[in-house]
Design a protein around this ligand. Structure first.
Ligand SMILES: *Cc1c(COP(=O)(O)O)cnc(C)c1O
Length: 462
């Protein structure tokens, strides 16, 4: 046998192979060279024969353009922060691709002059919330709140806020620290569980910049509690002048939602008298990551012209996706929340049937096929730090516990959850268009298992 080190082809020779040309054009020569070098190392180690270098390199090339790849959200959590929160609608994805190249984001093509950046997205937002005199969009919900605080209170003035609303939003970030980082001072009123209008009235002074109302979106305080609605806060005055109310509603619902009665929405909050409402774009609005500011024209204009606003400016891709979300069909997040359980059950039964055709009852739950693919009822959640008490009726395919890890390793990964020794592939947040891919991903891991031969499957429904 020849020494594999001597038979190993040169990098340039492999790179010149016409079979690799399309990959070099798509991914860049450097990227392909890195992959080829890795394969040549394996060739030198005798793991890949010289004839197999090109096919092995083709096999090892990345499928996706970046390290972010599509995954199927089978967690039963509709807005999953670790999975990119709201998936965009088909129309919003189209808008992102259209705007990705050179685009008229700040040019009026009719006059050839500079146009207002994101005018279309802002107009769409204003039209959806007629109660807002003006609107502005920044990078995310936290930025919207920070900008309001920096602009209106960053000179050391006070923000009045109830102790029970000093929320940690996630990943260790806390609203009080965020607000203080802008130079504003917090004046806490009330106690953890109770606050009254009188607490606010007693705290208002010439130092007060605004009253902040934060929706405690990710927790619930129950029992001996009281809080003051925006309607009453809006009546607060100092020396006869109204004190503005800024309301961080969090989830980005623009109008009341029948399935989420406790979730505040922008229109109602403005009608109650809030001067500014801040919210996220990628929670219940179902759009891209963005922070919305809606409200009084004078406040929005101040915020928009404040220097820090430039550091929070949204990208053209965000503006495109936001506009298409606001004007387009019901986004996937809201479609998921509106899906009746019966519909999920029919899909689940059909999927279980298709899986039964190729999947086996392996007997060995850990290593083999899915075994009995059962259709079970589950309760899903809204997620994204929203509507913590709301449970959403859903349906899942139940597979053995050991499948969760394998499903995440499929070429299109499926993220399921493990409950009571079963892997639940919950359909609540899986778009119906992804059902074929879901079946393909499950089949892929099942056929990768070795113990399928001759087994038959049982599929069943509740
Ligand atoms: C989610 C949330 C935020 C943070 O918004 P991001 O878009 O994640 O920056 C702030 N306040 C409330 C009440 C929230 O629910």
């Amino acid at each position: 046998m020849t020494d594999p080190r001597r038979a190993t082809p040169r990098t340039d020779t492999v790179l010149a192979d016409p079979a690799l040309a399309p990959a070099a054009a798509r991914l860049g020569r450097d990227r392909v060279r890195t992959v080829v070098r890795d394969v040549l190392d394996r060739c030198r180690a005798g793991e890949v024969s010289p004839d197999e270098v090109v096919p092995a390199a083709l096999e090892a090339l990345p499928t996706y353009a970046s390290s972010l790849r599509p995954v199927i959200n089978a967690t039963g959590v509709v807005v999953h922060t670790n999975l990119g929160r709201a998936p965009l609608s088909a129309l919003a994805r189209e808008a992102v691709v259209d705007a990705a190249g050179t685009t008229d984001v700040e040019l009026d093509l009719a006059t050839g002059r500079r146009g207002r950046r994101g005018a279309g997205a802002l107009a769409a937002l204003a039209e959806r919330v007629p109660d807002a005199e003006a609107v502005h969009v920044v990078n995310n919900g936290a930025a919207a709140l920070a900008l309001a605080a920096a602009c209106l209170a960053g000179d050391g003035r006070e923000i009045l806020v109830a102790r029970g609303e000093l929320v940690e939003i996630g990943d260790g970030f806390r609203i009080p620290e965020l607000l203080e980082s802008t130079g504003a001072r917090l004046r806490e009123v009330g106690t953890t569980n109770r606050v009254r209008l009188a607490d606010y009235t007693a705290a208002v002074s010439e130092r007060t910049a605004f009253v902040l109302k934060v929706h405690p979106s990710n927790f619930v305080v129950r029992g001996f509690t009281s809080s003051v609605p925006v309607r009453e806060l809006a009546g607060l005055r100092h020396d006869g002048a109204a004190v503005p109310v800024v309301a961080d509603i969090g989830s980005g619902l623009l109008a009341p939602h029948p399935r989420l009665p406790d979730e505040p929405d922008a229109a109602s909050t403005l009608r109650e008298g809030a001067g500014l409402v801040t919210a996220s774009g990628d929670k219940l609005l179902g759009g891209p990551q963005a922070g919305l500011l809606l409200g009084r024209a004078d406040l929005v204009e101040r915020v928009r012209r404040f220097p820090l606003a430039r550091a929070m400016r949204v990208d053209k891709l965000t503006l495109a996706a936001l506009e298409a979300t606001l004007r387009g069909p019901e986004p996937p997040v809201l479609a998921a929340l509106a899906t009746p359980r019966e519909q999920l059950r029919s899909r689940a039964v059909a999927l279980a049937g298709r899986l039964g055709a190729g999947a086996g009852d392996a007997g060995d739950a850990g290593a083999g096929g899915p075994g009995t693919v059962r259709v079970v009822e589950t309760t899903g959640a809204v997620g994204g730090g929203g509507a913590p008490e709301v449970t959403v009726p859903s349906v899942a395919l139940a597979l053995p516990a050991g499948f969760a890890e394998a499903l995440r390793a499929a070429s299109v990964p499926v993220v399921a959850r493990v409950v009571d020794g079963q892997t639940l592939v919950d359909l609540l947040a899986v778009a119906p268009d992804d059902d074929d891919q879901l079946v393909a991903s499950i089949h892929e891991i099942v056929s990768a298992a070795t113990v399928l031969e001759g087994k038959t499957s049982r599929t069943g429904a509740v």
